[in-house]
Design a protein around this ligand. Structure first.
Ligand code: HCR
Length: 424
């Protein structure tokens, strides 16, 4: 495509964004902005550092520990979970820019699309073990992807789901995330709730889009500790891009005053960040390095070759579209996409005619509107004072977004145990 053609197709894309209905996946984007990767693959970004995800397991309380030692170890584990969370962000939000030159529009997963893989243990002592990823498109309208990341050796399960709602504002797209992640360390009997930050897509005018995080997200630990992350783009906390400040408090009550922070972490989530005790902002000169996102390379997920994959597996299902995108062949992209969409339409029509509803494969929708229902999630929601509703992730209970139903997607391990067609 010539530069002139590129810029005129980008201009018409921008016009379509300005008048869209909030569903970004429904927009037809010019070929140079299309990614050959489906959004169902993005679940892998949660665990490209399996060692950091497993780290809390190696910070267990010692036998006969005193109360103050137990407290100190819980705080250490919360810091380890915060470090793992920060380690996921560069892949989640910068990797398309780094690998493909700008943010791209991912393929919109079809209902029932799955993406699976595993990370092998690269540790010298074998203490990490294999970590498995299962990702499934559990809803198409609105698009929702659910995932389970399980490490048997360390009895650790990270599960979650996400969807987005977008709006356009003069020069950027604002994206609110829906969903959350739940982390269970069974050996420690400890759980964490992770909420997802809002983001905005900048660089639209110059046809080189990139993501910036904004606003707040939380990690609530079952021990009571809470991490409050504040994200900002260039110029708010410092002159640098992708900045954040995280404060760890003993509990939600004490978080009402920033002076109560037990630990403060700050820096760039795509670069270096530093940690200090108390509520003062750590400095790169005198304080301890917390995480260096440029130094620690993501571990590669092992995915079966396409010819060994099931038809519902993402890379197999999208292979012809992906080839066409790589060749920038717009007509072919259109033809191949249409084939897939028509197949999906036919499937839905048949289901309607025979009154059979599509069954999700490994996940169930759980309705939390019954207030007598108790599990790790309801416990964490109570500790954090966050909304239990299906509203923008991290919304506060009683706040302006605290409305809607209370249905959330959860992994059903027995469904995976009975899986006979899809192998890792
Ligand atoms: C907004 C976005 C699709 C959703 C992507 C999500 C929120 C998905 C869940 C992951 O855990 C985190 C994540 C990271 C991505 O940064 C985010 C995508 C960025 C762009 C993409 C839009 C749908 C693309 C719009 C088209 C642009 C390039 C104009």
């Amino acid at each position: 495509m010539s530069n002139v053609a590129q810029s005129s197709s980008w201009t018409s894309f921008l016009k379509s964004i300005a008048s869209f209905n909030g569903d970004l996946s429904s927009l037809t984007a010019p070929p140079f902005i299309l990614s050959p990767t489906s959004l169902s693959e993005y679940s892998k970004y949660w665990s490209e550092h399996p060692d950091l995800l497993m780290e809390p397991n190696f910070l267990a309380n010692s036998e006969n520990a005193e109360k103050y030692e137990i407290e100190a170890m819980s705080l250490k584990r919360t810091i380890a979970v915060a470090r793992w969370f920060i380690s996921t962000l560069r892949s989640q939000y910068c990797s398309r820019n780094e690998n493909m030159g700008s943010e791209k529009k991912p393929l919109n997963p079809f209902l029932g699309e799955v993406f699976v893989g595993k990370w092998q243990d690269l540790s010298k002592d074998g203490k990490i073990g294999t970590t498995n990823l299962l990702s499934e498109q559990v809803s198409h309208h609105p698009p929702v992807t659910a995932y389970s990341i399980y490490n048997e050796k360390n009895n650790t399960l990270l599960q979650g789901y996400n969807g987005i709602r977008s709006s356009f504002s003069t020069t950027s797209i604002n994206v609110k995330q829906y969903g959350h992640a739940l982390l269970n360390y069974q050996n420690l009997n400890e759980d964490y709730l992770v909420t997802l930050p809002p983001l905005h897509i900048e660089g639209l005018i110059t046809a080189s889009p990139f993501v910036e995080l904004e606003g707040t997200s939380y990690i609530q630990a079952s021990s009571g500790y809470i991490v409050v992350f504040e994200f900002s783009g260039r110029g708010y906390f410092s002159g640098k891009k992708n900045t954040f400040k995280a404060r760890i408090y003993r509990d939600i009550l004490s978080s009402s005053n920033k002076e109560n922070a037990l630990v403060t972490i700050s820096g760039q989530w795509s670069g270096k960040s530093y940690i200090a005790k108390g509520s003062t902002t750590p400095s790169s000169k005198s304080d301890e390095l917390f995480y260096d996102a440029q130094y620690k390379k993501p571990e590669e997920l092992i995915v079966k070759p396409i010819d060994e994959q099931h038809e519902l597996e993402s890379r197999k299902a999208w292979s012809k579209v992906a080839e066409a995108i790589k060749k920038s062949d717009y007509d072919l992209i259109h033809v191949e996409k249409l084939k897939l969409e028509n197949e999906q339409r036919d499937l839905r029509k048949k289901e309607q005619e025979s009154d059979i509803k599509w069954e999700t494969r490994w996940f169930d929708s759980i309705d939390y509107s019954d207030s007598s229902y108790r599990d790790a999630f309801t416990n964490l929601i109570n500790l954090s004072n966050l909304s239990i509703k299906n509203c923008p992730s991290g919304s506060v209970k009683g706040g302006k977004y605290d409305s809607g139903d209370a249905k959330h997607w959860r992994f059903n391990p027995s469904k995976w145990q009975n899986e006979s067609e899809i192998k890792l």
